[in-house]
Ligand binder design. Structure first.
Ligand code: ZN
Length: 62
């Protein structure tokens, strides 16, 4: 797996916007184990407004 060169910058003054419903996201919902299609260590992140999936992560938190 290639090493990421992405730099993380904390910007608490900007709210992320859902690409689906374009609502500002004060939070992102996540589900870990038990999500039927993605059992295992995958976490799914989804919008609390429209519930559409924003992305997946290989969860170390699961
Ligand atoms: Zn949304």
């Amino acid at each position: 797996m290639a090493e990421s060169t992405l730099e993380l910058v904390v910007r608490n003054d900007i709210q992320p916007v859902c690409p689906h419903c374009e609502k500002e996201l004060a939070m992102v919902f996540t589900r870990g184990r038990g999500f039927p299609l993605f059992q295992g260590r995958n976490n799914v992140f989804f919008c609390p407004e429209c519930h559409k999936v924003l992305g997946f992560a290989q969860g170390r938190m699961a």
